[in-house]
Design a protein around this ligand. Sequence first.
Ligand SMILES: Cc1cc2nc3c(=O)[nH]c(=O)nc-3n(C[C@H](O)[C@H](O)[C@H](O)COP(=O)(O)OP(=O)(O)OC[C@H]3O[C@@H](n4cnc5c(N)ncnc54)[C@H](O)[C@@H]3O)c2cc1C
Length: 415
Amino acid sequence: MDFVRGRVLRPGDEGFDTVHRPWNLVGQDVTAVVEAADIDDVAALVRHANENGLQIATQAGGHGASGNAGGAVLLRLDRLNEVRIDPVAATARAGAGVRWGAVQEAAAAHGLTGLAGSSPIVSATGYTLGGGLSWFGRAFGWAADSVTAFEVVTADGERSRVTDGDLFWALRGGGGDYAIVTAIEFGLHPAPELYGGRMIWPLSKARQIFLTYAEITAAAPEALTLWLGVLNFPGMDPLVTVDVTYLGPAASAVELLRPFENPVSDSRRVLTPAELGQITADPVDPSAAASRSLLLNGLDDVEEALLGQPLEPVFGVQLRHLGGALAGPSATPFGPLTEPYYVYALGAPGKATYAGLDELTARLGKSVSHRKPYFALSPSDTVADAFDPGTLDRLRAVKRRHDPRNVLRANYPVV
Ligand SMILES: Cc1cc2nc3c(=O)[nH]c(=O)nc-3n(C[C@H](O)[C@H](O)[C@H](O)COP(=O)(O)OP(=O)(O)OC[C@H]3O[C@@H](n4cnc5c(N)ncnc54)[C@H](O)[C@@H]3O)c2cc1C
């Protein structure tokens, strides 16, 4: 692949082990890694793949790696790392290698925010292709609904700017199976005042905190978002946490959150949108975890499921409050996120953890929705867990139309 100006590494080459490793430590038996120097490299690689019957798996940091890249060429786009903000139009253009932290840093300078989630090192592109569940989703909806354009290299190696039509629809939350995205453009949102942080209590207070959480989230304004956590990490005292953001004045947030009494630790303060990642301080180093994501139709069985018995061997559960604009109109393949809560549970990979996750799911009982968002699929899931049959047929038709030779391989492919 000497036609590529970026680095090409094959198994056995020095540095290959580090470069091919995804953040989510699943096995990834790829034939080579290409670090594209620019968009011409991407186009040249796609033409080469077409001529030689190869497949390309595009990956930003691999937070969503599923182990499905085996046998493919792994394409990394970290060098497409330019961020541009138009403060007047309140829009951003981010190269496909740009992480959310960089977008937020640039947007915050103008009192604006993108629809970032918990981790600042997840790529804005990879995240948005999965729909994108933001801290500010309750106020502004799915991140993918804010996208105005994708710059892509199509599966036949041509450059294109996509602003409507079936490809635009599929890329706004249907994954990366249809084209290689080289940059995204999206609307930013006003965040002149932002307040947030984490409150912590010992697990003995969990029931009281859960009831307060249920009460406040039932009537919360869209500017307020609360995530409840139960943390049971080995070697640590078990804790209950409430992570919060409020898009508005600190005094209003303090008033809304007054029922949460006497935390033993409290990091709440006025924040800038660039500091969003500090709230949960998600792990930065590559990790191996067994996880389960579930949407919930309500909180009926949730208190008992989370607090009625020890979570072990599951060591962390996060309960995110949804609703607001997330449940409103959406042009994404997933559509309106009408379920009011989302649960993410994790533990160390292994049989016991998978059994623990199954048991937790069973305890959540009839509260569990029949579907999961695409961004939250895990290796034991398929796209049929995210999309209804009609949507899946439509996504497959887009795939067949735009990548008939199946040159592109997403983490969770639609065919
Ligand atoms: C700690 C942690 C916190 C998270 N928090 C949130 C959250 O708050 N909200 C939320 O919505 N999600 C969240 N996620 C999920 C995250 O959005 C997904 O893992 C997503 O895949 C982005 O990760 P990434 O940028 O590393 O992409 P990767 O894992 O590198 O890519 C995932 C897939 O996206 C596609 N893709 C990526 N880039 C391109 C491209 N340029 N062109 C075409 N296809 C491409 C490919 O199919 C690829 O397999 C979180 C994940 C982790 C591990």
